[in-house]
Ligand binder design. Sequence first.
Ligand SMILES: Nc1nc2c(ncn2[C@@H]2O[C@H](COP(=O)(O)OP(=O)(O)O)[C@@H](O)[C@H]2O)c(=O)[nH]1
Ligand SMILES: Nc1ncnc2c1ncn2[C@@H]1O[C@H](COP(=O)(O)OP(=O)(O)O)[C@@H](O)[C@H]1O
Length: 217
Amino acid sequence: MTAQGFDGVERRGLMFVLSSPSGAGKTTLSRMLIDRMPGLKMSVSATTRPMRPGEVDGRDYFFVDKVKFEAMAKQGELLEWATVFDNRYGTPRAPVEAALSAGQDVLFDIDWQGTQQLREKARADVVSVFILPPSAADLEKRLHTRAQDSEEVIRGRMNRATHELSHWAEYDYIVVNQNVDDAFAEVQSILKAERLKRERRIGLTEFVRGLQRQLEK
Ligand SMILES: Nc1nc2c(ncn2[C@@H]2O[C@H](COP(=O)(O)OP(=O)(O)O)[C@@H](O)[C@H]2O)c(=O)[nH]1
Ligand SMILES: Nc1ncnc2c1ncn2[C@@H]1O[C@H](COP(=O)(O)OP(=O)(O)O)[C@@H](O)[C@H]1O
């Protein structure tokens, strides 16, 4: 699984994970990353939760029923999966493997349970970012302004936020999403720096040898 860096040095593709309590801004930041960062592909999850207004099957999620989800899990088609808010969510394996071997990095919007499973499978290739809301009041306001869930679902998501938050320290980076442009710039810097890490850049030895040969002439 290798990617060509923008400077021509070959490197391993990475798995870039964003997690947060619901409403903190993962979806917003993911869309900005996909639009503005070449070489990054979104992993589209399968879920048993109902589609929200404005969501598109195959773009936001693959919306499947419980029977289909169980069959996918049983046949090893999911790289990881978890139950969140009484619904099942999982990452289809094939598109991730195809993207990585085509030299792309893959972006995941998954919860802490999925992040743990990815880390167990490919620790060195996983870069994880936890997004925090600036305050509980902002989180609640964002869940309301999104206007896509019932009062009851919003209450459930607020109640679960404390549990989600408790996993913040398992992540490599923490970003507070107060101003969305600032938060995006921070997440983008993390990805740019991680792409340059020496241990991912398997083509470096050859590149430096080439430089040395040129210097010796
Ligand atoms: N483990 C795992 N979690 C997922 C996956 N897809 C989405 N999630 C998480 O499930 C939670 C609920 O997602 P969703 O219903 O879209 O609500 P959101 O929190 O408003 O984005 C979020 O924490 C997502 O990150 C997946 O494939 N695997
Ligand atoms: N920095 C921000 N300031 C104000 N509103 C925001 C900010 N970031 C995201 N939002 C809004 O908050 C709502 C929830 O964001 P979303 O990206 O759907 O969160 P998540 O995917 O984590 O559940 C959306 O309506 C989004 O437009």
